[in-house]
Write a protein that binds this ligand. Structure first.
Ligand SMILES: *Cc1c(COP(=O)(O)O)cnc(C)c1O
Length: 380
């Protein structure tokens, strides 16, 4: 029977499902997948077919999860809608109402809020302690503690966590370790290889690398990742096929970006260390072999006008994020750590003079001269 106009609009061309061997994975921008018949559908539930509905699984998010698992050397991985939902899914795969978490007191502000406000309301309590002192961590462990939570490199002071000691303590106490590896990236640090059971990432940062997606990843022990996958599905924390595709596209250049960005960061940190108008440089200089990341924090000396400094940075923009290919700066006191009480800001050392720099892939001499010029132009 000849189709009418409206039907032709929808059904005139057979759906393109051909094995046409595109060089890169296509974007499966579809909310669901079709079945030939009821037997086929039943086959999916028996584990034969791959996909049903994109919230429960889609090739692009799966590819992202598998890529990060592969480079972290972990058996399983899943992609999520954001770094925070990756952290949420990771924690909920281990802890439930009535359980307790011991977390580092210098974790990312959003993670602090998730643990302190949201998870507390759901009955999961967290004690925050300094992980620089593992005796304090051990003292904070209770009979209902299920996991230790920290970051491989912290923000904004770039403290490098001693992961093997954290893992040793966790194993001795029968706890799971969950580590946010966003700042270090799998290029510099491999927590799973050290014995961390779950590694989480804000793929919004270096994994995506181009400041154009919000996404997250959880990788690690197979049974825990399976639980995290159920949380992502049931809480609706899945990432869209397009964003997952963009993220895998960015991830392919992680090594070349990180190599250049870390080398640039090291050179900038060296140059600023020798500048009398910089009171202090925070950078993990001691990590000689691979370098340790592309973030540098500095405390401006009192010889500089802070507001004038931010106005004098030329093409280096003030942005409350990090990890893009462009060099950018942020002001932790007024952004990431704004919500902390003044005493907590003071205790952590978050002052008005503190500037966090995310170093990009521009030529290092140009990066250094922008900062030197800004210092020159903001002398009191
Ligand atoms: C940005 C960030 C997060 C949160 O990630 P989103 O993608 O913004 O949800 C978590 N941890 C660290 C270390 C981050 O920098």
């Amino acid at each position: 029977m000849a189709k009418r106009f409206e039907t032709k609009l929808i059904h005139s061309v057979k759906k393109n499902n051909l094995p046409i061997r595109s060089k890169v994975t296509p974007i499966y921008q579809t909310s669901a997948f079709t079945f030939e018949n009821l037997e086929d559908l039943e086959g999916y539930f028996q584990g034969e077919g791959n996909y049903l509905y994109s919230r429960t699984g889609n090739p692009n998010p799966d590819e992202l999860g598998q890529m990060v698992a592969a480079i972290e050397g972990a058996p399983a991985g899943i992609a999520t809608s954001s770094g925070l939902s990756a952290i949420l899914a990771g924690i909920l795969s281990v802890a439930k109402s009535g359980d307790h978490v011991v977390a580092a007191d210098d974790v990312y502000g959003g993670s602090f809020h998730l643990l302190y406000e949201e998870l507390t309301q759901l009955g999961i309590e967290t004690t925050f302690v300094s992980f620089a002192d593992l005796e304090q961590v051990e003292k904070a462990i209770q009979s209902n503690t299920k996991l230790l939570y920290t970051e491989s490199i912290t923000n904004p002071f770039l403290r490098v966590e001693n992961l093997s000691e954290v893992v040793e303590l966790a194993k001795r106490k029968g706890l799971v370790t969950v580590v946010d590896n966003t700042f270090a990236t799998p290029y510099h640090c491999n927590p799973y290889g050290i014995g961390v059971e779950l590694v989480v990432h804000s793929a919004t940062k270096y994994i995506g690398g181009h400041s154009d997606v919000t996404a997250g990843v959880v990788v690690g022990r197979e049974d825990l990742v399976a639980k995290a996958r159920a949380k992502v599905t049931n809480l609706g924390a899945n990432v869209s096929p397009f964003e997952a595709w963009l993220t895998t596209r960015g991830l392919k250049t992680l090594a070349v970006r990180m190599r250049v960005q870390s080398e640039n960061a090291r050179k900038l940190a060296d140059a600023l260390s020798n500048n009398p108008n910089i009171a202090r440089v925070y950078y993990p200089f001691e990590e000689e072999t691979t370098g340790f990341g592309a973030m540098v924090s500095v405390e401006l000396a009192k010889t500089l006008d802070v507001s004038q400094f931010f106005k004098s940075l030329g093409w280096v923009k003030l942005v409350p994020t990090l990890a893009g290919v462009e060099t950018t700066v942020s002001h932790p006191l007024k952004t990431s750590h704004r919500a902390l009480p003044p005493e907590a800001q003071k205790a952590l050392g978050i002052t008005n003079e503190l500037v966090r720099i995310s170093v990009g892939i521009e030529h290092y001499e140009d990066i250094i001269s922008v900062f030197e010029q800004a210092i020159e132009n903001s002398l009191r």
